[in-house]
Design a protein around this ligand. Sequence first.
Ligand code: DC
Length: 683
Amino acid sequence: MDRGEGLTIRVPGDKSITQRALILGALADGESRIGAVPRGGDPLATARAVAALGVEVRGLDGAGTEPVTIRGPGLRRWTQPAGALDLCNSGTGTRLLSGALAAQPLAVVLRGDASLSQRPMERIAAPLRRMGASVDYLGRPGVLPMRIGGGVLTSIRHDGEVASAQVKSAVLLAGIGAGVPVEVREPHRSRDHSERMLEAMGAEVAEGWRGDAWSVRLADPPARLEPLDMDIPGDFSSAIFFIAWAALATGQRPVTIRSVGLNPTRTGLLPVLARMGVDVEVLPRGAPGGEPVGDLRVVGKGAGLQAVEVGGDEVPGLIDEVPIVAVLAARADGVTRIAGAAELRVKESDRLAALAVNLRRMGVAVEEFPDGLEIRGTGKPLSGRVECFHDHRIAMAFGVLGASPGCDLAIDDPGVADVSFPGFWELLARVERHSVGAAPHPGQIPAAPPGADRCIVVAVDGSAGSGKSTTAAAVARRLGFRHLDSGALYRAVTLALLQSERGCEDVEEVTPAELDALRIGLDWHDGTMHVRIRGTLVPDEALREPRVTSLVSRVSAVPLVRDHLLELQRSAAAGPGLVAEGRDMGTVIFPSAEVKVHLDAEIRERARRRLLQRGRRQPAAEEVDAEAARLELRDQRDSTRAIAPLTQAEGAATVDTTELDPPGQTEVIVQLVLPFLTSVEYN
Ligand code: DC
């Protein structure tokens, strides 16, 4: 993580790419691993739909940090679902799935929520029918619900009247699925995420201008698709809000937005920003799934922004970004002209009108044209109320303007940002809080001084069954910190003694030389701890063997053993941070840990969790009571034992996890740590 250098943030994964990865993964031959999947409504609806088609999808219900795996059965291997597939509000999911379903010998009904059920489907239905699929509307013509009957298809060339990535993708997927060549021509280039992903999976897609049409051709469909192994890149259209925030801030340290998708059909804003005088440095980070990814680094510009002219061919490549250009224009020197953007009048709102009304209300001079705006920039203080017109991009663009120097804006409907960017306001607040010179919020622990290069230690302890292991590991993953599982070290000593000639007999008599001979060591891979015994890595299962579990508490009560492990545990504090889990972390090992947390929960809830951990499905009340009684005894022993009793470290924050699920527990701790970071991550 970037420390004194500036702020580092992440934005949610790109939904367009996520939808494609879920659907193409379900057509592949073998298991795909897809990391950083945004857990929003649209991807979830699509994932549920492919699962209903008999494809095994794992990892979606977790805390949101683990990768999703999809066991693709191969082309044309989906099975008849029990009922209709509900795509909720996912237009991309519906249209891409329709293409893929056209090639499956099934009859599948697709439906959606009220808003999706208004959106036109005939544009994809027509080419799929021409290929030989049946598409029937079960309600009103042209809209969901519709039934797709698929099977054997024939080759087509489709000439689209308008450029549409969804129509193009549906035809490509039908061609891939049915094994027939297809060609799609469009008046200009639409987004090419599907083409890139198909190529990464082994298909050959030829693209180029043919006369005045852009042609995308699948001449020789492959017999199988290779599975994917990729992380979903951050959404460029979300990243730009923080680029704009940095550009408007004055005296700002650099802001780096990590792992953003840089597909050239999406990044048309970058040259416009350059003309405005905003330097965005692009640091490439590979091309997983065929999608170029990079970090974007921007240095604050503040008052030095220049007005620009935007129009013509460049508008399709930045159509979603016009609101952010408009708010930057309000602070730029001169008159900015945006033309050729009539399409903005039929987005989530009439965006041209929404921009004009709001900017004028706060005192910016704006002229509105049928296809654009003229905005005269001003350095005057801007204040007032912003009307969002149910449009997430309007809300977020003005949110960024409102967070810039000299502005005081009240956004009337901030919740609408959730549509594309859940957590936007929290991230904006955090980023503001961490900017140089910002006063800490009342009641907050002051941030580490800029440039401080120290390892931040979070000590986590807690009673048995309070959820500490899972939570400590999840907190470490969220923050990019190491996770020290100190219990595993005591287990390693126990196992090593058991494996040695000496054994565990009279462990209280163990000598320093005998402990040295065990050569307990630690290795770190991406923040995960691995234990070595006599130079050899030990698998987790070995540390959890019953014979180890039954002896470890005795071994861990031997003072010499505790001393022996002290330095090894302290050596774990390296890099940006460490989450150290175990009973004496905040008292003995890291008494000056920046954050100390003590997790607790009501005893019956802890008992229930322990039973679940042991594989019980729905423990009966009596079982829970019996386990609670055992725990009570153990608590008493734990808190009164002479060596390393389980006591709460001074200054530790108690977190009652009774009502919190694992992601909730993680969030509470992450919030305690954030003020210590000069760097911010969004997950
Ligand atoms: O968390 P665990 O079950 O892996 O811990 C194994 C044993 O080690 C348990 O009896 C508690 C003890 N322990 C300890 O004494 N001090 C620590 N810092 C961590 C664990």
